[in-house]
Design a protein around this ligand. Structure first.
Ligand SMILES: NC(=O)c1ccc[n+]([C@@H]2O[C@H](COP(=O)([O-])OP(=O)(O)OC[C@H]3O[C@@H](n4cnc5c(N)ncnc54)[C@H](O)[C@@H]3O)[C@@H](O)[C@H]2O)c1
Length: 426
């Protein structure tokens, strides 16, 4: 069993704690740092943490000698670097939320510090741990499509998800969080590199914020949806309808109101006073609502990636190889294999493909998958194909940062030069 200090008990910190402690004797939560009373108290009560091990911030814990095996760092994007470096210095193994750093320099600093200290750091690229992507990786490793030549991959964010997280929510403004290609799709950069199994050599990107801005506000729309908007009945983003009805039982509601304050009046009060009640065309968001990235990998392998807000949501992928093609949508239980030899399509049930991870839980099973994999590694010295070294994780974050640089400059970024500019990774 590994003892755990949780830093940041918001949506993610709480989720990993709940999932981790549900795996037999794998993890015991013994301390929490969280400034919001309701969240800290929830952790105290749920995991039986003594009051003197519940603190408002991480500094108190990380200035003492190491007292737990693992630190889970699930603070916001810009608050990863300081606790991560302090925890590494004390010798903690880390479960660190993505993005690992809020700049490419921060990512390299964390990777170097972890390598020097020799601690284990698993960044929460949870897609690697989903049965869906594990199945694709297995089929590729089994040689079902020969050598990969090209990947076509799309992250369909979903229009409502975009409005909640990337317009009104925590990640709408890159000055407070990180650019959307880093925040939302460092997962996808990681997945493409992992599936290809070779390093990315060049990236090129286009994208912008086109829709969720003031000039698109319908006539007469007030600042807030609670102010009597004349478009309330037809607007897809009417916050009153979304948060009192459509999203009321979804995980999104946690960001708006706490568990014990969830009456209609509590929600309406939050909509009158927080960003979640603001008109989607009148927020301070600046992140893109669509972006494309072209990637080149070693051996001339290419990938084209699209992230876009204007869809129902989900990820789909086509992986094209010298012996066949894999076609898959993350919402489905099946992957389609087209085999050049037989000229036939085969529907492969994901649960029939040998995978290490569980299908339960959020992010398509990835949240449970990562906690299981970390437990197996740290408690039983068993590795899986999904675990990622800190060097590789850092390199994959740099693809996303380089894509953002390309989007802003219009230039192709050579990854070797980019890494060199940053002084190398390790
Ligand atoms: N892996 C994934 O798929 C995934 C999904 C969603 C979010 N994330 C990442 O997880 C991180 C957290 O996201 P979230 O949705 O849980 O956000 P959140 O706002 O719900 O949680 C962050 C928590 O950190 C707390 N905090 C702030 N300062 C602190 C301090 N000094 N010491 C301790 N705690 C402090 C906040 O009070 C808050 O409760 C973000 O970086 C986000 O990008 C990852």
């Amino acid at each position: 069993m590994k003892t755990v200090l949780v830093i940041g008990a918001g949506s993610r910190g709480r989720r990993y704690s709940e999932i981790g402690t549900a795996i037999g004797d794998a993890f015991k939560i013994i301390a929490v740092a969280e400034p919001i009373d309701a969240r800290r108290n929830y952790m105290r009560d749920k995991f039986g943490i003594p009051e003197d091990m519940c603190h408002l911030s991480w500094e108190d814990f990380l200035s003492r000698p190491k007292f737990a095996d693992i630190a889970i760092i699930a603070t916001m994007d810009r608050d990863h670097i300081a606790p991560a470096l302090a925890a590494i210095e004390k010798g903690y193994d880390l479960i660190l939320e993505k993005p690992m750093g809020a700049t490419p320099e921060e990512c390299c600093m964390i990777a170097r510090a972890a390598a020097e200290k020799g601690v284990f750091v698993q960044v929460c690229h949870v897609l690697r741990f989903t049965p869906f992507f594990c199945a694709l990786k297995s089929l590729i490793l089994d040689g079902k499509i020969g050598r990969i030549v090209h990947i076509q991959h799309a992250e369909c964010v979903g229009n409502v998800h975009q409005s909640h997280s990337f317009v009104r929510g925590n990640w709408g403004n890159s000055d407070r969080a990180t650019p959307m290609i880093v925040q939302k799709t460092c997962h996808d950069m990681d997945i493409m590199q992992w599936l290809v199994g070779k390093n990315c050599t060049r990236v090129h990107s286009f994208g912008s914020l086109t829709y969720f801005k003031e000039e698109n506000a319908p006539e007469g729309a007030p600042e807030r949806c609670t102010d009597g908007c004349p478009h309330a009945d037809t607007c897809y983003y009417n916050a009153v309808r979304l948060y009192t009805k459509d999203l009321r039982n979804s995980s999104f509601i946690q960001a708006v109101v706490s568990d014990d304050n969830r009456t209609d009046e509590d929600i309406l009060e939050a909509l009158r006073t927080t960003n979640y009640g603001k008109c989607v065309f009148r927020c301070d968001n600046n992140v893109v609502d669509h972006q494309t990235v072209n990637l080149e990998f070693e051996d001339g392998i290419t990938a084209s990636f699209t992230m876009c807000a204007f869809n129902k949501g989900s990820r789909n992928i086509r992986i094209m190889g010298t012996d066949g093609e894999l076609i898959a949508n993350m919402g489905d239980q099946f992957i389609t294999l087209y085999d050049f030899a037989t000229q036939k399509f085969e529907k492969i049930n994901i649960s029939d493909v040998a995978v290490n991870e569980t299908i339960d839980g959020g992010h398509g099973g990835g949240d449970a998958g990562i906690m299981n994999a970390v437990s197996n590694y740290l408690n039983n010295s068993k590795s899986t194909v999904s675990l990622c070294s800190i060097e590789e994780t850092c390199r994959n974050h740099l693809i996303a940062y380089a894509a953002e640089e390309s989007r802003l400059t219009g230039k192709v970024v050579d990854m070797a030069e980019y890494e060199e500019r940053l002084g190398g990774i390790i």
